[in-house]
Design a protein around this ligand. Sequence first.
Ligand SMILES: [Zn+2]
Length: 234
Amino acid sequence: MADFIQVIDPGHGGHDPGAVANGLREKDLTLKIALYTRDYIHELYEGVKVYLTRDKDVFVSLSDRADFANRLGADHFCSIHINAGGGEGFESYIYNGSYSSKPKTQALRNVLHDAIVAETKFANRGKKEANLAILRETKMPAVLTENGFIDNKNDADFLKSDDNLRKFALAHAHGLAKAHGWKPKAKPVTKSPTSRKVFYRVVAGSFADRENAEKRVRELKEKGLDSFIDVYRA
Ligand SMILES: [Zn+2]
């Protein structure tokens, strides 16, 4: 079976920083979340190939991003953004037009949205629709996530930590996996210490001269016990 093709689209980049506030730039946060999401997906799930519309700080136009996914024949497109303009929490968007794959697009978005809210515990601002170019021009089911507000003190404090960006990334990976039914990779089998074979040696005496050791072996034999002499140097 062919690999599932997931495109992850880190918003903005290059001369377009996106929203800027609280010492943070949207383009840096979206890139990190996207890179971590790709790595988590490749690490955790089988049969999925993740492509990024950019993997460094460069400008890519919205049409070029959509064309890239269309040319790949991607199965799903997920654009990652950080919100601004007064508010707090997480929201997601799908295209608001009428199109045949809308029920599927909606269903996938709902699973992803709920997983991200559950894992990050961010305020749930709702499942939204909008006429956004990136969602309109992509031919496969597409979603755009707005991961907190860069101009909100609480959200910005959260987004300042790399560990928290990883939390958003892992939530995206888990949510996409749940939405698409990706199979987890088999964990490598490691032998636990308790499953190793253990042997016990019974010592029935320790002697400095061989004669006494042989005497003990004879005594044990008379009692019907098997024994042997093991030589070691102390
Ligand atoms: Zn944005």
